[in-house]
Design a protein around this ligand. Structure first.
Ligand code: SF4
Ligand code: SF4
Length: 436
């Protein structure tokens, strides 16, 4: 039976209206074919093949770039019509779009809302930090335009999450960044910026780190500081993908993020000419699997070379990772970042190891406690509230009064529904994270 896989589609390739200093993709504008957008023929082929290949009832389309909103609303309406045409009976389709936000207007907001499209919008913190690197092609800052876009999404009740890169400029300002982000959203993602100088093709020898790459230790401190604040004040109100994913790991669920999975290779990317690559971080000739104009995307994903790519994440782990107490949480992180040496001089350690190790040391006990509580029907916020007081949170039975104070039995109230975070695609079966 066909295994499900995830497809990220780049309908405008690397073409973008911004020129963010740290973008690993924008330099590909000059490398890819002259047409700036995916043709209708390629789009239709991709959509048809992808829908046919998914065995489950739910299929997620992830539209990314470059900047996918450059396509415009009419083109996206056509895409949704094609998707509707090929959708199988009973198949539910989720669309997500990652945008810098600067081109969003009233028409976009209405379209996104009408079609239940989940939006990821990039914001790196308050203006002075965001604008360090996120500038347009003319060098103009973008913070004000992004905030305007977020307000627009809010006013139309569009579901969105904020994607914040953690880089050299903002990593030492965790508190300020977090306060800014939660002023503007409830769902947060953090992505570390790790780039070597020169062409980032992994086949190239390691060069010096770029000036905007995050320092590993600073990244660990950044995550730990935000975790402390979230755990103490915001758990259940603010959803941080990385933290909630790690609670899932404590519950023996698969990691929500590919970088923390034992293996990878199930998330491929479609470039604008229909080429399929092993991963968004590996859009290089060496990792080209083929093209949907001549082969089916499911056959490309099933190729032995792609299985090898995914399994190599586990099989190439250095000894330091294999014996690490946090291996089950980290799995050596993303192979793209494994260009450091272990303490024993073995190659293949993640550049970010020091940061992640610090973060896991700092948070593992609390992550496990939250998971244990969830396993006993105790909401995460209740466990967090009692943490350090010496009082165990009380287990709640289905016939006990619900902790939200409604006066109803738990099974008739918060305990009756499973919470699903649409952005992280993670289900916790108890009332878990969400605060009433
Ligand atoms: S190579 Fe890195 S980014 Fe790509 S799927 Fe694997 S872990 Fe994820
Ligand atoms: S924390 Fe470091 S040593 Fe441990 S698994 Fe992650 S990268 Fe490897």
């Amino acid at each position: 039976m066909q295994q499900p896989f995830h497809l990220m589609i780049k309908p405008t390739g690397a073409t973008c209206n911004l020129d963010c200093t740290y973008c690993y993709y924008v330099h590909k504008e000059s490398q890819t074919p002259p047409a700036w957008r995916m043709s209708d023929e390629v789009l239709e082929t991709l959509i048809r093949q992808y829908l046919a290949a998914q065995p489950g009832p739910e299929v997620t389309f992830a539209w990314q770039g470059g900047e996918p909103t450059l396509l415009g609303v009419p083109a996206f309406r056509k895409i949704l019509a094609v998707r509707e045409h090929y959708r199988q009976p009973g198949q539910r389709v989720v669309n997500t779009i990652q945008t810098n936000g600067t081109l969003l207007d009233e028409a976009w907001a209405v379209f996104l809302k009408e079609n239940h499209i989940l939006v990821g919008i990039s914001l790196d913190g308050p203006g002075d930090l965001h604008d360090q690197y996120r500038v347009d092609k003319g060098g103009k800052t973008t913070y004000a335009r992004v905030i305007q876009a977020i307000e627009l999404l809010r006013s139309h009740a569009v579901e969105y999450n904020i994607l914040c890169t953690v880089n050299r400029a903002n990593a030492e300002h965790a508190e300020r960044v977090y306060v800014e982000l939660i002023r503007h959203g409830q769902h947060l993602q953090f992505i570390p910026i790790v780039e070597r100088a020169g062409d980032p093709d992994p086949a190239w020898p390691a060069g010096a780190m770029t000036a905007w790459s995050v320092d590993p230790q600073a990244y660990g401190r950044f995550l730990s500081t935000i975790f402390d604040r979230w755990f103490a004040h915001d758990i259940g109100r603010i959803h941080v993908q990385l933290f909630e994913g790690q609670i899932g790991v404590s519950l023996s669920q698969p990691a929500g993020l590919c970088v923390f999975a034992e293996t990878c290779g199930d998330a491929v990317v479609a470039e604008r000419d229909g080429s399929i690559y092993s991963c968004d971080h590996y859009v290089y000739d060496t990792f080209l699997l083929g093209n949907v104009r001549s082969e089916n995307v499911s056959d490309l994903v099933a190729k032995p070379v792609q299985r090898h790519f995914g399994n190599a994440k586990r099989e190439s782990l250095p000894q330091q990772c294999r014996s690490c107490r946090h291996l089950h949480r980290c799995w050596g992180e993303c192979p793209k970042h494994r260009f450091a040496e272990t303490a024993a001089g073995e190659p293949g350690l993640s550049y970010l190891c020091g940061g992640y190790y610090h973060f896991f040391e700092h948070t593992a006990a609390r992550l496990d406690a939250l998971a244990t509580g969830i396993g006993h029907g105790i909401p995460a916020w209740e466990t967090a509230r009692r943490w350090g007081t010496g009082v165990s949170p009380r287990a709640v039975g289905p016939n006990d009064p619900c902790l939200c104070g409604s006066g109803k039995k738990r099974k008739k109230c918060c305990g009756s529904t499973s919470f699903r975070n649409p952005f992280w695609s993670r289900r916790f079966s108890v009332e878990n994270i969400a605060r009433p």
